[in-house]
Design a protein around this ligand. Structure first.
Ligand SMILES: Nc1ncnc2c1ncn2[C@@H]1O[C@H](COP(=O)(O)OP(=O)(O)OP(=O)(O)O)[C@@H](O)[C@H]1O
Length: 214
């Protein structure tokens, strides 16, 4: 049981040659797996393939032995935390409502206050709109929203980028606890210290996105 990419490659339409891959990668349940690599090496592209948001040009993604069929929507067992928090949040929806909606769409009910507290925030922020919280608070609330979906795998693309150390630590602590409870986490990061402190497994993409070292 794991989220795996097998000989996966992706070429953007109109681009010459493969942007990413072919490569193999495995995200195991109950562990943090780090994906590191220079800017433009293809980390976000690979994350979207694993999430089922894009179909690979070659190879296959499987989630717990089932093929992930890309249909422009997240595969049901996966949650995605993107590196652009404002773009990921509905500007008109209060953050508590966004968390509840994310849960309902997966047939779940959650305690939004408990989720906010899990990521180190007071429940009072749930009444606010995305523009009414700080960038670090928004990133933590989007982690709470991702957890509300009850995923088996969380793909966290630069979840702690540009955040202060206290916020980064709150996110890292939440990820560590969730991994201990069984969640499989892919931590996409430029932060080698964070990867070293959190991840049991590590993959490194080269600048061309073609070679992956484990
Ligand atoms: N929509 C797109 N159309 C065409 N090319 C793209 C598109 N998105 C990304 N690329 C290209 O694909 C390659 C991989 O990009 P990607 O965003 O996956 O890299 P990354 O490792 O996540 O980078 P960063 O660390 O800067 O976020 C880059 O050369 C990028 O310019």
């Amino acid at each position: 049981m794991s989220l795996v990419a097998r000989q996966v490659a992706y070429t953007y339409p109109g681009a010459n040659g493969a942007q990413v891959g072919p490569l193999d990668l495995e995200v195991r349940p109950g562990a943090v797996t780090a994906l590191v690599g220079p800017s433009g090496s293809g980390k976000s592209t690979l994350t979207r393939l694993l999430a089922g948001l894009r179909a690979p040009s070659a190879g296959e993604v499987r989630c717990d032995d089932e093929p992930v069929r890309a249909g422009g929507r997240l595969s049901g067992h996966t949650a995605l935390l993107t590196q652009h928090p404002l773009a990921a949040a509905d500007p008109r929806m209060r953050l508590g409502d966004a968390i509840q909606l994310a849960a309902r769409l997966r047939g779940r009910q959650v305690d939004a206050v408990a989720l906010a507290e899990e990521v180190g925030l007071d429940g009072s922020v749930l009444d606010r709109l995305p523009r009414e919280v700080s960038g670090g608070q928004l990133q933590r609330l989007l982690l709470a929203r991702a957890l509300a979906q009850g995923p088996r795998y969380l793909l966290a693309d630069e979840a702690t980028a540009h955040l202060d150390p206290i916020t980064s630590t709150a996110i890292a602590d939440a990820l560590r606890r969730r991994a201990a409870d069984g969640l499989g986490i892919l931590l996409v990061t430029h932060d080698h210290a964070l990867a070293a402190s959190l991840a049991e497994h590590r993959y490194a993409l080269d600048a061309g996105g073609r070679t992956l070292s484990a």
